[in-house]
Design a protein around this ligand. Sequence first.
Ligand SMILES: Cc1ncc(COP(=O)(O)O)c(C=O)c1O
Length: 377
Amino acid sequence: MQIANFATEHFFAQYEFTTPHLLGSSDCESVTVAELLALAGVTWEEFGRLGLGYTESLGHPELRRQIAASYASVHDAEIIMLGAPVEGIYLMARAALDPGDEVIVLTPAYDALIHLFEHVVGAANVKRWSFTPGAGRWELDFTALRHLISPRTKLIVVNFPHNPTGFLPAPAQMQELVAQVERHGLLLFCDEMYFGLVHDGTPAIPSAVDLTPRAVVLSGLSKTYGLPGLRTGWLVVKDATLRANLINWKFYTTICPPAPSEFLALAAWRVRDQLRARSLARIATNLALAEAFFARWGERFQWRRPLAGSTALVGMNVPSVRAYATHLAETAGVLVLPAANLGAEDRYLRMGFGRAGFGAALAAFDAHLQAEDESPE
Ligand SMILES: Cc1ncc(COP(=O)(O)O)c(C=O)c1O
């Protein structure tokens, strides 16, 4: 059976490990195993003693306990550890929906948040709630959301902090979203893979799961903590019936988390504040470089500073960003993500601020733009 092309992952599969300058990545700079163990005060001997048998299918009890305690209202039993964060989106699409249900997805969005739901209920039953481009920032349109809700709507899918816009709702907007979910008896799937990456001046908001029992939250260590190679993620699910269904689907996909990842995730959780602080500091430095770049190239781009997360959605004055990004990767060795992959118009690109090589990558992009300006057309 066919499913829509996972354009973002195909693009990264082609270019991520062959292009020297990564300007479009959504994750934050990673650490080595040795750095992580040293930071967490764990020895190689302890790691070496780890058995490589199957692990507990819902995750290591201590890890689940500590993760649950990081939320205001969550019990250990409500945490399902996954084989990888993206698995959580698949499980939710499979377990929460029946034929004929409608889903509303905030777009643009990470491909899986659109296409897995389209695959399960049919593309016509997935309604797109689009961000609107305001002056200098992205905006949510609640009137548009109210018009999209029908008697068949079962689920609203959002992602905060948002990839790619870097949007985070104000506390009152989050309350409004929760009010809509509760008024219509819906489920809210809130992808919180970038949780805790909140920039100076932006008010933080609680996890959706602490605002309504109708929320199912996806989170993990890939982005905020810079550990995508661990493939550690979890779902927080309060509804016992839905949770049982999700767990049943998980037995068909990954069964249980990999033992080495769980061991390292426990180490990472001890030092998560330091890991997050490193990511935030790097993003702040790189955002300052980006602001100077966009001040210099204001004629060619539409820049909306992100409120949170590690990415921004940037307009560019070219006929097709898809074509431009391919040309840029192949001629200048600079990788930006065409945001058409994420359901945006083909005049937007995604930039990512979490990587250590951002400054050098931006300088290479700058030199390329300058060469374009100087070349006789
Ligand atoms: C919003 C969002 N959700 C989920 C994922 C999947 O995370 P992972 O690649 O760690 O499975 C990503 C990855 O880019 C993402 O941006």
